[in-house]
Design a protein around this ligand. Sequence first.
Ligand code: GLU
Length: 424
Amino acid sequence: MNQSIRVRYAPSPTGMPHVGNIRTALFNWLFARHHGGTFIVRIEDTDASRKVEGALEDILESLRWLGLDWDEGPEVGGECGPYFQSQRLDLYQKHARQLVEAGHAYPCFCSPQRLDDMRREQTQRKQPPGYDRHCRELPQGEIDRLRDGGTVPVVRFKIPLQGQTNFGDLIRGDVTFENSTLDDFVILKSDGYPTYHLANVVDDHLMRISHVLRADEWLSSTPKHKLLYDALDYKPPYWAHLPMILGPDRAKLSKRHGAASLTEFRDRGYLPQAMTNFLALLGWSLDDRTELMDRKELVEHFSLERVGKTGAIFGMDKLDWMNGVYLRKLTTPELTDLAMPFLERDLASSIPRPLDREYVLRIMPLLQERIRTLGKAHLPSGDAPSGGELPELAEFFFPDNLQHDPERLRGKKLSPEGAREALG
Ligand code: GLU
């Protein structure tokens, strides 16, 4: 493999990226760097209604924090730009037209009302949901009449009525879907925006993507993509669907498991080098034993052959342990510099600020052995943190905070005077 390796991370700015999203970015980056290929970031922002303010910035910041530099994409540009799908609408419209002309797609004039009724009937009759192909064979005269009447259609893809769609997956092997289970999906909406399927395929082709590495949840979209590539007469990329990330209870990972957005992990005081190491082991391993690997080693050893098929377990305890290991690798001055903002933020407010760096530097060797994170957790689940939080442990060294309740210092049978005496 060589320079022609081109992979992409294609996030939609519909929320703050979580560990699953960034694991996908990391695997793409490692694959590109291992093979001396190109890592592209493409923003899939065609669904304006789901756009979340600040998500794009958070995505880019998460990548930067982990050091996942991109060769083409937002801010850096590149020969296949623009890298925002919302700026490429004419390309998708052109492809949709081309598919209609070639008989692979058709305009659909069904009203939302009709589609709703259809779905309701399907549910009542316990039929699988799906478009009933009402507009698939409309005569041209009817199409012209509806258009002239001012109805703007969507464009749907014509799934072959019989047969199967096969494709190879570098992780899962051969995958087959019965065409009868696939819906005549929309490729272009009536507002001229493409759906994910069309935009994704058109861009992967135009950006000369060689390998699509993405989460398992997209596997069911892949037969649709394969059919689109065939209909457009484009060579499909290699696909590799990465295993799901699960909580320790083997349920799909959620906030309940302590998983948060990447920048939340940063704000809790995890180191990017620990996070990178930890994420790399979510679905990949060198030899089922080696846990600690720095970026250089990860790049050197990463391969799709060692990506597993079964779900990867996200263990907070393991992450905390690993972060502790990386914190201990730092020199005391390095650790102190990193720790200062966390201590400023998280130590009890009764401790006077600003903190004295020299003092923190002196106490740090006593703490370095025991800490696991630099900040306090503020876990979304409300669970108690697992311990080893620097501010918690460091508080002991800031006596101003020792607000002893006098009642608790005196033994049950002691008078205040006796207690004072006993304490010396
Ligand atoms: N925009 C999709 C996503 O959020 C991309 C999926 C893909 O890689 O094809 O995650």
